[in-house]
Ligand binder design. Structure first.
Ligand code: PEP
Ligand code: MG
Length: 590
């Protein structure tokens, strides 16, 4: 830790609150395990298609990296930009690629083995060129290998990061983290996390909030300036990252940390008080669960039940699909630990930024043209019913131990709910026929996520088939505004406070009330205390959020008056922009 060096500051998007102080370390790339497989002539075409897809991904990543260089000082740019250009050139029509294709077409090697064989061969050729100096040859050979590793990782979708080797108490830094990578982080081992890529409402951000670690995503230029072990402050509230903090900066950070601990303790006092507005309207607060390690946090938060269990974690970072017994065990543990409070289990929502390698091997290219608009969520499950039926069977079995509900993701039309309901009935009959099963009296209620504009607009029809609604504002915003949820907020495209989104929320609560079915809101918006009065005004009475947010949201609810919330909502619904809505919220707080 060199305190003599100058302080350096970077800013990204604040994603999970809190101050973290510790030595910074970049997540190491794990060893690549490449299985060399001989293919048949008939398979060669598929392998070439896989190769092309991986090359395209690699190109996109390199273009992004190159774009980010603009944030760096000129001398670093001068060094790195030609390297990116060279990588991009090698990914074009280079000798390297010709060689790889020949290994596939002639020697009948699978794509990953072909890439590895050819990069090693090229590296050997470079090393044999006696006319250049050895250091230069070593560097160029390593560059070819590095490019090969990128392509192989994109072919095999192996996790890019390995966190176990990093010293305890570190600030973890990475170029990018996928949700599956975030699921591997043990929060007790780290003081904070930052990445160079990512926005605030993507699935990785959701996972990081679940871990309760101070986190900043999209900190451009920070990664390139890391010296491993440098003392670093990360501020998950402002998005600031400070390398080699001055004495004064350390003092500020320590004071903030102490103030946050005091505020958290004060909020914890609210855990046992009811969530009720000043005029006596009862509100239900539940927790979202991304990973089982959140269970103790949920128990302490004062949440009553789990409003959204994102079951994706069960499928992440494993070689094979989890079978019915494995899933039953996981759901049973969670249901039991909730001691009679309801648990809403959402069936697998795979696709878009929720990438699960186990499944990409089973379900390749058909999803690729635009993953957010393809076979995501329920669509995928209805194409591969064995996935849905296994999961439904496990949830039914586990629900013998306590109240559970089943939630369907990405619904856009009634037929999907009808088909899923038919699957549930079939699985139920099958389980009844099995000997020695302990089953509940009836299958759990079946509800739907309202996270596409189509679902919100068709809510009266969907209510005929669904037992409850859960509004997912993360995706509802993305699909309403045609703006990716992982985009940085600074671009001004993605904002759940946009009046068009608020109108869809309002429609959904009104339609649910008319149909007499429960409705909750479980997107990230639910965890923003400033937005909660507006949501109350739009008719939301049940919220589900990451456990850490429950106390502050409860505090806001206890200070709110429903008439004022409704007046705010009325104005927001006819506002012209998200900025206008933010202004209305600010004014209402004065
Ligand atoms: C949502 O889209 O708002 C939601 C809660 O689901 P997820 O974030 O898991 O897509
Ligand atoms: Mg969603």
């Amino acid at each position: 830790m060199k305190r003599t060096e100058a302080e350096q500051r970077f800013t990204g998007h604040p994603v999970a609150p809190g101050i973290g102080i510790g030595p910074v370390h970049e997540a190491a790339e794990p060893e690549l395990a490449v299985a060399s497989r001989q293919i048949s002539i008939a398979e060669a075409e598929t392998e070439l298609a896989r190769l092309n897809e991986a090359l395209e991904r690699s190109r996109k990543q390199l273009h992004k990296l190159k774009h980010r260089l603009a944030a760096l000082p000129e001398n670093s740019q001068a060094e790195l930009a030609p390297l990116m250009d060279m990588y991009l050139h090698m990914l074009g029509s280079s000798r390297l690629l010709k060689g790889v294709r020949q290994h596939i077409e002639i020697e009948l090697l699978c794509a990953e083995a072909a890439v590895q064989t050819e990069t090693e061969r090229q590296a050997d050729v470079i090393m044999a060129q006696q006319e250049t100096d050895k250091a230069g040859r070593l560097r160029r050979a390593e560059e070819v290998r590095e490019l090969g590793r990128r392509v192989v990782r994109n072919l095999t979708r192996q996790p890019f990061r390995n966190f176990t080797a990093l010293p305890a108490g570190s600030i973890l830094a990475a170029e990018t983290l996928r949700p599956a990578d975030a699921a591997l982080i043990q929060p007790e081992r780290f003081a904070g996390v930052f990445t160079a890529e990512g926005g605030t409402e993507g699935h990785t951000a959701v996972m990081l909030r679940a871990l309760g670690l101070p986190a900043v995503l999209g900190a451009e230029g920070a990664l390139e300036s890391i010296k491993p072990g440098t003392l670093t402050i990360i501020d998950g509230d402002t998005g600031e990252i400070i390398f080699n903090p001055s004495r004064a900066s350390m003092e500020v950070a320590r004071k903030k940390l102490a103030a946050q601990t005091r505020a958290r303790r004060a909020l914890a006092q609210l855990a046992h008080l009811p969530a009720v507005t000043r005029d006596g309207t009862r509100v239900e607060l539940q927790a979202n669960l991304e990973l089982p390690l959140e269970l103790p946090m949920i128990a302490q938060s004062g949440a009553h039940g789990i409003g959204l269990l994102r079951s994706e974690f069960i499928f992440m970072n494993r070689e094979t699909l989890p079978d019915e017994d494995t899933q039953t065990r996981i759901y049973s543990t969670i249901i039991e630990s909730m001691e009679g409070e309801p648990v809403t289990i959402r069936v697998l929502d795979w696709g878009s930024d929720k990438e699960v390698e186990t499944l990409s091997r089973f379900l390749p290219e058909e999803l690729e043209p635009n993953p957010a608009l393809g076979l995501r969520g329920i669509r995928l499950l209805l194409h591969h019913r064995e996935l849905l039926e296994t999961q439904l069977a496990a949830i039914i079995r586990a629900s013998a131990l306590g109240p559970a509900r089943i939630l369907l993701p990405m619904i856009s039309q009634a037929a999907e709910v009808v088909e899923a309901r038919a699957c549930l009935a079939r699985v139920w009959r099958r389980l009844k026929r099995r000997k020695g099963m302990t089953l509940p009296g009836a299958p759990p209620p079946l509800g739907i996520m309202v996270e596409t504009p189509a679902a919100a607009l068709s809510a009266p029809v969907l209510a005929k088939y669904a037992d409850f609604f859960a509004i997912g504002t993360n995706d509802l915003t993305m699909y309403t505004l045609a703006a990716d949820r992982a985009l940085p907020p600074s671009m001004g495209l993605y904002n759940p406070l946009t009046p068009a989104v608020l109108r869809l929320i309002h429609l959904t609560t009104r339609f649910a009330a008319a149909a007499g079915i429960p409705v909750s809101l479980c997107g990230e918006l639910a965890s923003r205390p400033q937005a909660v009065p507006l949501l109350l005004g739009l008719g939301v009475r049940q919220f589900s959020m990451h456990a850490n947010a429950v106390p502050a949201v409860k505090q806001t609810i206890r200070a709110a008056a429903l008439a004022a919330c409704e007046a705010l909502a009325e104005q927001a619904l006819v506002a012209e922009s998200a900025d206008d809505v933010s202004k209305l919220i600010e004014d209402s707080l004065k």
